[in-house]
Design a protein. Structure first.
Length: 198
């Protein structure tokens, strides 16, 4: 259903955005406000029927669930990897994704990069995400990675805090999320004409 603006797709049940997020793997959702990110993820989780793996790096979502602000859904498994147990937790995740279809949410890139500070570790994390994406394709899974970011002139999208540039391949979908009045708007940064209002 189209909204008043012909380039904006009204998507209250997130059907169109879910279809969009299946086209590329992984998908990165950039946002400058953590509460808008949490609101979007909660709406998405509430409209997804398949099993969900939520890799909570900044513990915001977990805090909302544990406080009762966001109800815990039966189809959501939450992981809290640390630098010490990353390989063990990541092994559990890729084993699950290699066997069946999941929506995998990694929240957020900032938490991952803050955990692994040096360049070698960043390369390791990107390799982990690419492996997860490859397995996800085979099982028809979707992978969404959130990131707190800002756009810097002549440098592109920069992760905040930390100042690292978003690493993007041709196979990656990158979207920007913002809130206008009471509506969340998500749009592809490569395709400005395609916007979803949720």
């Amino acid at each position: 259903m189209l909204d008043k603006s012909p380039d904006q797709i009204l998507d209250r049940k997130l059907v169109n955005i879910q279809n969009e997020l299946r086209e590329k793997i992984p998908n990165i959702v950039l946002c400058s406000e953590p509460f808008h990110k949490a609101e979007f993820l909660n709406k998405l989780i509430n409209h997804v029927e398949e099993s969900i793996i939520f890799v909570d790096m900044d513990l915001l979502y977990t805090g909302y669930v544990e406080s009762g602000i966001i109800p815990k859904r039966d189809n959501v498994t939450i992981f809290h990897p640390t630098k010490e147990n990353w390989k063990e937790e990541f092994t559990k995740i890729i084993t699950k994704v290699s066997q069946e279809k999941f929506l995998v949410i990694i929240d957020s890139f900032n938490g991952v990069y803050n955990m692994f500070e040096d360049l070698e570790s960043a390369i390791f994390i990107n390799s982990c995400i690419m492996l997860l994406s490859s397995l996800g394709k085979d099982s028809n899974s979707s992978i969404i990675i959130t990131a707190m970011a800002r756009k810097k002139e002549n440098e592109g999208w920069i992760l905040t805090p930390g100042g690292k540039q978003i690493i993007k391949s041709a196979k990656t979908g990158v979207y920007f999320l913002k809130k206008i009045e009471n509506d969340l708007i998500i749009r592809s940064i490569d395709e400005d004409l395609k916007k979803f209002k949720i």
